[in-house]
Design a protein around this ligand. Structure first.
Ligand SMILES: [Zn+2]
Length: 308
């Protein structure tokens, strides 16, 4: 019945970014609100849109809204006292009734789309309409991130084709692996791995091969130790992760690639915290074993791609 305060909206964005733990806002909050478009079961609901949807639902279903608005706006005709004390006051603009009126004016195109919608589904339908009106933040984010890989010479397809194919692959990945593993793929493509280069700090040594100044996401594509882990864990050809999920792939390839990226992300995070002093490659192996044991649904898929 009232708009969420700016402080709450700021806290919402901060919380969403903290939950995804991405450096430098690599995956903008607008895209996090649309993760369902990439195949994830859940995305972050936007409080601002929820507030608007709730307000419009109240406008459409409230019995008292019209009469309250009428009483607050219309001046009595022919009453000289009304000229001394006009009914409309400045503080009216701050009231709930006038907030609802502003929402009704702003979203005047939506009620036409709600003709056959049951009352209990009104709010969710209005929310969907607001989502559709917002464009496609996930695809535009993927296009921006694809451009970076293309300019770096890692991709040789068009920006839109890369983004569209990545999105199609992600929708399948989400059905094949747990959501946290699938999200590692998004983080890799969006350059949201916690490398020193990503944090714009002086590049550290690679956590896996120890190469000086190589702590950047591009290096992992050609890192010897990562390649060794890949070759010793996955059957040859099952993990074409250097194609960055932007070409049509089989289920096996998607599972293997997603698991490899998740192991890589986990090892980088663990090395940053460094409470156990383990080597990068040791953490890669430990994470792989953990995923295999922890996620029974993943075990069958991994059995089909791993080295026997
Ligand atoms: Zn390396």
């Amino acid at each position: 019945m009232c708009p969420p305060p700016n402080d709450v909206l700021r806290a919402e964005k901060w919380a969403a970014q903290m939950l995804t733990r991405g450096p430098w806002n690599a995956i903008p909050t607008d895209a996090l609100f649309e993760l369902g478009d990439l195949g994830f079961d859940k995305d972050f609901p936007s409080l601002e849109r929820l507030g608007k949807a709730s307000a419009l639902r109240n406008v459409l279903t409230s019995r008292g809204f019209r009469s309250s608005l009428q009483g607050a706006c219309e001046e009595p005709v022919g009453d000289v006292n009304a000229r001394l004390a006009p009914r409309r006051r400045e503080w009216h603009d701050e009231t709930t009734v006038f907030f609802l009126k502003r929402i009704e004016d702003e979203l005047d195109h939506i009620p036409q789309q709600l003709a056959d919608v049951p009352r209990r589904q009104l709010q969710s339908k209005i929310y969907m309409c607001l989502r559709e009106a917002y464009g496609d933040p996930c695809l535009s984010l993927l296009r921006r991130r694809a451009r970076r890989w293309i300019e770096g010479g890692f991709l040789h397809v068009g920006e839109l084709a890369a983004a569209s194919c990545f999105r199609d692959n992600m929708r399948r990945v989400c059905a094949l692996v747990p959501p946290n593993v699938a999200f590692s793929v998004v983080r890799f493509f969006c350059n949201a791995f916690p490398t020193s280069r990503r944090f714009q700090a002086e590049a550290r040594c690679c956590d896996f091969c120890g190469l000086e100044g190589a702590d950047g996401i591009e290096h992992f594509l050609s890192c010897d130790r990562v390649a060794l882990f890949r070759a010793s864990t996955f059957q040859y050809g099952c993990v074409p992760w250097d194609l960055l999920f932007v070409l049509p792939a089989t289920d096996k390839e998607l599972i293997g690639g997603a698991v490899l990226l998740d192991c890589l992300l986990f090892a980088l995070r663990a090395r940053r915290i460094n409470t156990h002093g383990a080597q990068g490659v040791q953490i890669l192996n430990a994470r792989y074993k953990h995923l295999r044991v922890r996620h029974k649904s993943l075990e069958r898929g991994l059995r089909a791609v791993e080295v026997v």
